[in-house]
Design a binder for this molecule. Structure first.
Ligand SMILES: [Zn+2]
Length: 427
């Protein structure tokens, strides 16, 4: 995650006559702030003491007395004694308690550094299991693993339970953003429910009518429901047999690329070509350490205005994302004017500007519409760009493939969600 730092230096001279008061050094923050550090650069030497703390526009956010010379707080983590959480825009203040000052003037210097979140793509895995169902990692172990491979968020999707979402740590070891989830596991197919901490008080489904009732309840509560590994015949019950039901989300890439994923990709392409609007998602389905299935493989790159669960859920629900084989990229930008992947534009025959970064020579780039492959190229450098005009198409999306000598097969490296054209979805 990239954050833009901004420094505010304070230098003030105090007089011993102020001893016994708490003064405020005011500054203001915009609502885009997501982290703040302060550091005492110069202060009185022992036995003289100043106390330090912090306030936001509504309340005191922390107090460390004379114990600390620096502290930090962010949306999810804070130095003990400080409160992690949201950053209300407006007036803030450093609190300076003048406990014991030497006679005469004393100069203190403190630097406040606040960090701004600029809209960007965050990386994460949308399908994981822990000790809360049949996985082996605790939530903390899962998040530490996620942080170590560069992920920003993880959806916790244990089978038919919500306990993985309800025991959130007040003192997290990582800054991983948790998306509460559940893998709704029926004997006739699985679906991820994202965005609700306790999605279904009763998740059992025995027939199509009960499925309809549960889906209506989830829709009313604002959940994202995505069919998982819809064509997996690895074990009975994994294949989705409840119909499309207008869910609007599908896991087209589950764990390592294999024929079941190709069938999901082909099915998605058919649904899009028929005029449906369906967001493609990826998930590793990791259950712990494994030689085959790895956390972050694949990785979702979700565009968000804020590094929060709410921001990510909005990006996912709008389809503002693409999927790559792992967290290493490549990076894709695909815009049609103000519209990006997942959006719909009614502009006739619009230009689409595409930029890829971090590919390898020989990678195959493919633009795909409802008419099939629109354009193909072989990468000559690690960057590639194109302005393409869509004429009378329902959608345009991009895939990148890389040759695997091991499997003698061109494997997907990246699958992007479409930009849609024309009026609303037709099915
Ligand atoms: Zn599953």
């Amino acid at each position: 995650m990239h954050l833009q730092p901004h420094e505010i230096p304070f230098s003030i001279t105090l007089d011993s006559s102020q001893t016994g008061t708490i003064i405020t050094l005011p500054f203001s923050l915009p609502p885009t702030a997501v982290r703040l550090d302060w550091k005492l650069i110069q202060g009185p030497k022992a036995p003289y003491v100043i106390d330090l703390g912090l306030k936001d526009s509504a309340r005191i956010r922390g107090w460390s007395g004379g114990t600390r010379t620096e502290a930090t707080l962010s949306l999810s983590q804070a130095t003990p004694g400080y409160l992690a959480g949201g950053f209300p825009g407006g007036p803030w203040g450093l609190l300076v308690g003048l406990y014991r000052l030497p006679l005469g003037p004393t100069t203190i210097r403190i630097i406040v550094t606040w960090y701004e979140f600029i809209p960007q793509r965050l990386r994460g895995d949308l399908h994981t299991h822990t000790v809360h169902s049949d996985g082996v990692w605790t939530i903390d172990q899962l998040f530490e693993e996620a942080a170590s491979i560069g992920l920003d968020f993880v959806a916790t999707t244990d089978h038919n339970t919500a306990s993985q979402n309800l025991g959130v740590s007040r003192d997290p070891a990582t800054s991983i953003i948790q998306i509460p989830g559940m893998e709704w596991t029926t004997y006739h197919g699985h679906a991820s429910i994202l965005g609700l901490e306790d999605p279904l008080a009763d998740w059992r489904v025995n027939d199509a009518q009960e499925m309809g009732q549960r889906l209506a309840e989830l829709k009313q509560n604002g959940a994202i429901v995505s069919v998982n590994h819809p064509f997996d015949e690895f074990q009975p019950g994994l294949t989705w047999n409840w119909g499309d039901r207008g869910l609007g989300f599908m896991e087209v890439w589950n764990g390592p690329w294999r024929p079941a994923n190709q069938r999901a990709l082909d099915h998605w392409q058919q649904r899009l070509s028929d005029g449906a609007q369906v967001v493609a998602l990826g998930g590793s389905d990791t259950h712990g350490p494994s030689d085959i299935v790895h956390l972050g493989e694949p990785t979702n790159w979700v565009w968000t205005d804020s590094p929060t669960t709410a921001g990510l859920l909005q990006g996912i629900s709008q389809g503002h994302l693409y999927i790559t084989r792992d967290a290493g990229g490549p990076e894709l930008s695909m815009q049609s004017g103000p519209f990006q992947m997942g959006d719909r534009t009614t502009t006739p025959n619009p230009d689409i500007a595409i930029e890829l970064d971090g590919i390898e020579i020989g990678d195959r780039i493919r633009l795909i519409s409802d008419q099939g492959a629109e354009y193909e190229a072989s990468a000559k450098t690690e960057n590639w760009s194109l302005t393409h005009q869509a004429r009378g198409r329902r959608f345009i999306r991009l895939e990148v493939h890389r040759y695997s000598a091991l499997w003698d097969y061109w494997m997907p490296l990246l699958i992007g969600n479409p930009i849609y054209f024309g009026g609303g979805p037709t099915s």
